[in-house]
Structure formats: C-alpha cells, structure tokens
Design a protein around this ligand. Structure first.
Ligand code: 5AD
Ligand code: SF4
Length: 452
C-alpha cells in the first residue's frame, strides 16, 4: 500500500482540506503516515496569508528534496504536491523555484488529485483554474473508521471564499468568491460525523456567517437557521462556527446564541483595528462603534459569552493614536483570547501599494504592547473561571496517567482528573486551578449547577 504524508499550514480550513485530500487518496489506495520519510507522496497544504507563512513552504521543500534524493538512491519514488493558497497564488512560479515539485493544485481543485498524480507520471502539472464543477460533489465522504480515528470534534466546511475584499487580505484572490454549500449536503455530512461519534461540530468558512445556502425547502437559509437544524442531530452536543465578519452578525444568528443550548458561548469575531480611519482604509465596512454595538447585542442574548478577535498592528499609515484606539477597544470589550499579527504586505492587495508602510521597529513595539494587554486579558479570563462549574467535552487522554484532556464551553483546554470517564463524554467539572495554557478540573459535586 502506498503512503501519503500531508502537512498543513495556516487556518482551520486547511486542516479540513487536508483530511479531505487524504480521503480522496484513501479511495486510490493510499494510507496516511505521520513520518515524511516513509511517504511515497508528500503534500504540503500551504498558507499565503502572511509572508512568513508563505515562505515556510520553500524552506520545507528544501527538506523534502533531500528526502526525495535519499529515497531515490534506495530505488523508491516520491511524488511531491504543493496544495493550498500558495499554490493558488503562485502557480507555475512554484515549479520554477522548486524543482522537487511534481504537482501544484489549488484549494478548489484537490478533488482531481488522483488524475493529477497520473498526469505527473508524464510531466509536472499545475491546476489552479477555478473549476466549473463543485469539488464537494466529487469528494468521497470519509469512511466511518477513518472518521472515528479523527476524534470527537470535527470541522465541517459550510462556506468558502470571500467577497469582502479587505485591503490587506489575499483570501478573496486565493479562495475565490463566496460560495455556500447546500443545507442537505451539510446535514448529510453532519449525520455521518455524528454516527461516527463526533459530539462537537465547528462549522467553518472564510466568512462563515455570510452563509446563505440553498435549503431543502428551496429557500435560502442563513447560518442561524442552519444551526437550528444541526442542533437537532442526535449526538451533536456542541456547535461552533468560525470565522465571522461583524457585518454579517444578523439578528437570527444572535438569537441562535440565546435559543440553542448546543451553540457554545464563545465567538471569534475579528475586528482588526479600533480606529475608524484605519477600518475604512482596510475596507472593513464597519466602524469601531458598530462593532461595540454588535458585541453588546450578542452579550444581551448570551451574557456569559467569551469573545476572541484578530488584530493587525502597523497597517500602512497607522499613527500612534490610531493604535491607541485599538488598545482602547480591547480594554473596553475584553477578550478571552485573541490572535494578533504585524501587518504583512501581500502581493496584489491594495494595502501593499500604500506608500506609508510602517517600519518594522514600530510594528514590533506596537505588537509587544498589544501582546501585553491581550495576554493579561487572557490570563484574567482563565483565572476568572477558577471555582466555577462547567461542562467539559473529553477529547483525548490527558498529559498524565489518570487525566483526560477536554475543552470548556469557552474553548479552553482542560485537564481533568479521572479514571472512569471516556473520550466523547461531557462531564460537569469544577475548575480548581488555571495554568498558563490549561485549566485543571475535578468532578463537580452532584447538584452543582453548570455556568454554561
Ligand atoms: N498581514 C497581517 N495579518 C493579516 N491577516 C490577514 N491578512 C494579513 C496581512 N496581510 C490576519 C487578519 C485575519 C487573520 C486570519 O489574518 O487579522 O483576520
Ligand atoms: Fe480576508 Fe476580510 Fe475576507 Fe476576512 S473578510 S477573508 S479578512 S477579505
């Protein structure tokens, strides 16, 4: 049996895509390996969002080349595929820069991998055209055994692409226009996942709350409506979605946080900046006050909701006081956790053309200040859960014997002392201590009320 090694960089969508590539190849007789040196097929599933991420692929390809040579000397062939967003953005250029690569395939074309690998026997191939067919119609669903092996939480792509065109972002170019999958297909996939023991679904999309898929009734369904349908599936106890745009937080979706117990009280809602001038230059199509109002309305619906966001420091032209506006917004809103990045100019995006690029030293200084504030908030949030009772979904064995590792409703990693519970169970626990990255919990006393 041939072996495939897949390495994914970047976002959750790439993690999902990597699994689907493995599923497509499983049908063709490939089994997965975690050791690159024993792979007959190496796939790098790449990310183009920032320069650092994009450059990683070339250094990794250097390693792959050594490996291919070593295997070649031992008489074994190795095929090398570059997939994902760098593939989409750079296409043929990758073949020029890296002679080791056999196939370059974009995120909308990986259902064709078996064909492309056959073609690669006759010469190197690039497939980055946006296809007329929908890849999801051509992808096999994973077998039950494969799904079981992947654990009790799962991503499920419901939407792909983005029509927002924030001026810093490559996504609308690499992932293409916004497309929503039909409700029936999503429900089918969710039923199969539930049947294989999945308890928690994270619905993913580059603009997941812009979801507008065709419903079984012929009407267009929003994300709020879809959440109601998925919550009916037996076994599915937890629903999350990521990543969202503030403009698309409609009333139906906000109400879903109030009305559906399975929708977890955690929301990743990127704001990027707290300055209205920078938000306009980013083409975010909302002000900082509009963001605050959306947050207020979500908190009214679900008072215990924990929030996270993405931030960019050093967007072209950002002044000290505009940066301070962002720190003020962070202080006002209060985030449980967040992601923050130094602005990285991306080829082909409007912001990369702005003359007033910010010096690296200024970006670094702002980054450090933001880190300080967000890290303090994260620790405060985690410490604030000590003494509370909450439900934890057990995902895998813990760090030590007699421990299980799981997640709180707020997506915090939890280590739980137990000898009796199993993966997939949702257990009411009491948080006894907060470490720097995990919470530590013991079983709650009978009758303890959960916070969420
Ligand atoms: N530079 C820095 N960060 C970026 N992001 C997207 N594009 C860039 C860029 N050019 C960040 C945004 C986005 C997250 C996924 O990555 O914060 O929300
Ligand atoms: Fe990029 Fe903006 Fe679309 Fe998010 S909403 S994927 S940041 S263009």
């Amino acid at each position: 049996m041939k072996k495939v090694f897949v390495k994914s960089y970047g976002c959750q969508m790439n993690v999902y895509d990597a699994e689907r590539m493995a599923d497509v190849l499983a049908v063709k007789g490939y089994s997965e390996t975690k050791a690159m040196e024993e792979a007959d097929l190496v796939i790098l599933n790449t990310c183009h969002i920032r320069e650092k991420a994009a450059e990683k692929v070339y250094s990794e390809l250097g390693r792959v080349r050594e490996l291919k040579e070593e295997r070649g000397e031992a008489g074994r062939d190795t095929k090398v595929v570059v997939a994902g967003c760098v593939a989409q953005a750079e296409g043929r250029e990758i073949l020029r820069r890296a002679s080791v690569v056999d196939v370059v395939v974009g995120p909308q074309n990986y259902h064709r991998l078996p064909d492309l690998l056959d073609q690669a026997d006759r010469g190197r191939v690039v497939d980055t055209e946006f296809p007329v067919e929908d890849k999801f119609d051509h992808l096999p669903l994973a077998s039950r055994a494969r799904t079981i092996s992947r654990g009790v939480t799962s991503f499920l792509t419901i939407q792909e692409g983005c029509d927002k065109f924030c001026t810093f972002c490559v996504v609308p170019y690499t992932r293409g226009a916004e497309v929503s999958r039909p409700v029936a297909r999503i429900v089918d996939e969710a039923l199969r996942l539930a049947d294989a023991g999945v308890r928690e679904l994270t619905l993913i999309g580059q603009n997941v709350n812009a979801y507008h898929g065709e419903g079984p009734d012929g009407a267009t369904w929003t994300l709020g409506r879809l959440l109601h349908r998925l919550a009916e599936i037996p076994g599915i106890a937890r629903l999350r979605y990521s990543t969202s745009h503030p403009r698309d937080m409609d009333q139906e979706l906000i109400a879903a946080h109030r009305d559906i117990p399975a929708v977890m009280p955690f929301l990743h809602l990127p704001v990027q900046s707290g300055s209205d001038r920078i938000l306009a230059a980013m083409n975010r199509k909302h002000t900082s006050d509009e963001y605050r109002r959306v947050i207020e309305s979500i908190r009214r619906a679900r008072p215990d909701i924990a929030l996270s966001s993405d931030f960019i420091v050093g967007f072209p032209g950002e002044t000290d006081s505009e940066f301070e506006d962002t720190l003020r917004l962070i202080a006002d809103v209060g985030f449980a956790t967040s992601f923050y990045f130094k602005y990285s100019p991306r080829p082909g995006t409007p912001a990369a053309e702005i003359a007033a690029q910010i010096p690296e030293s200024v970006k670094a200084e702002r980054f450090a200040r933001m880190q300080n504030l967000l890290e303090t908030q994260r620790q405060a949030f985690n410490h604030g859960t000590v003494g509370r009772t909450m439900d934890v979904l057990l995902e895998k064995p813990g760090r030590h014997l007699g421990q299980m590792a799981g997640k709180s409703p707020y997506l915090q990693p939890v280590q739980f002392e137990t000898d009796t519970h199993r993966v997939g169970e949702i257990v009411r626990v009491r948080i006894v201590r907060a470490g720097s990255n995990s919470l530590f919990a013991e079983q709650a006393a009978p009758g303890d009320r959960a916070a969420a």
